[in-house]
Design a protein around this ligand. Structure first.
Ligand code: DER
Length: 234
């Protein structure tokens, strides 16, 4: 469908533009990055590239293995050249992102924080002029299960809205992340926020592991459309 063309074109452009021989890469999670992995596998074969791929989830790890790409870890490569990842929403101008729709925000943020560059790939539906315009499922917050309720209360008292425990689609009970934690999706009231202060405040609540707000992290974003054109947001 159209969305596939836009995701594929953005992902292919990111791989063609940013991946050079000898690089260590962070590989994001979600559906858009799948096209990136496929392109990377093709390029590795065609150009006999020497690269290493560090995953951000079990999903990414499986994609790397299934595509016969060299699998690495942060133990071996604590500094990466470039991470390519998707997002749920990207704010034009600031390139602030909401991430974690796929539940992989914690390892994604860690790997991105170890990378020289973070390239976001997305279809046009993700682009907004201010965060929250299109993504209505809330900001994902990974929490230690035993702290879930107090974290929920503290966020709602401080900022309002509703911090909803994410339930699993295919298992009875809450979704459990790759790290063994729960996710709260904070559906926030429609007011103008200072996202960096929100990020900093919530991060300091005991029991919070990570927040799906990537502020001042993306270096550029490639946005595909249904005709296969790719726009650069910087
Ligand atoms: O969970 C995540 O952060 C993913 O990167 C997600 O935000 C993007 O997934 P998509 O490419 O399937 O939209």
């Amino acid at each position: 469908g159209n969305v596939d063309i836009s995701k594929m074109s953005a992902a292919h452009e990111a791989i063609d533009k940013h991946v050079k021989d000898g690089m260590t890469l962070g590989i994001g999670s979600g559906s858009t990055i799948v096209y990136g992995i496929q392109r990377l596998a093709q390029r590795m074969k065609d150009e006999s590239l020497t690269i290493v791929c560090v995953p951000t989830s079990y999903q990414a790890r499986q994609l790397i293995i299934d595509n016969n790409l060299p699998l690495g870890t942060l133990d071996e490569h604590p500094k990466l050249d470039c991470t390519i990842d998707g997002a749920d929403e990207i704010e034009t101008g600031t390139l602030a992102c909401i991430k974690g729709g796929g539940g992989c925000l914690t390892q994604e943020k860690i790997v991105a924080s170890c990378s020289e560059k973070l390239i976001i790939v997305a279809d046009g539906a993700k682009e907004v002029s201010s965060l929250g315009q299109k993504w209505k499922k809330g900001i994902p917050i990974e929490v230690l299960p035993m702290a879930c309720k107090p974290v929920q209360n503290k966020i709602e008292v401080k900022y309002g809205g509703e911090a909803i425990l994410r339930m699993s689609a295919d298992k009875a009970g809450p979704l459990v992340t790759d790290n063994g934690n729960f996710i709260l999706d904070w559906v926030f009231p429609d007011i103008k926020y200072c996202w960096s202060s929100i990020n900093n405040y919530i991060k300091l609540i005991p029991g919070v592991i990570e927040i799906g707000l990537f502020i001042d992290m993306a270096d550029e974003c490639l946005v595909g459309d249904s005709k296969g054109n790719v726009r650069l947001l910087k």
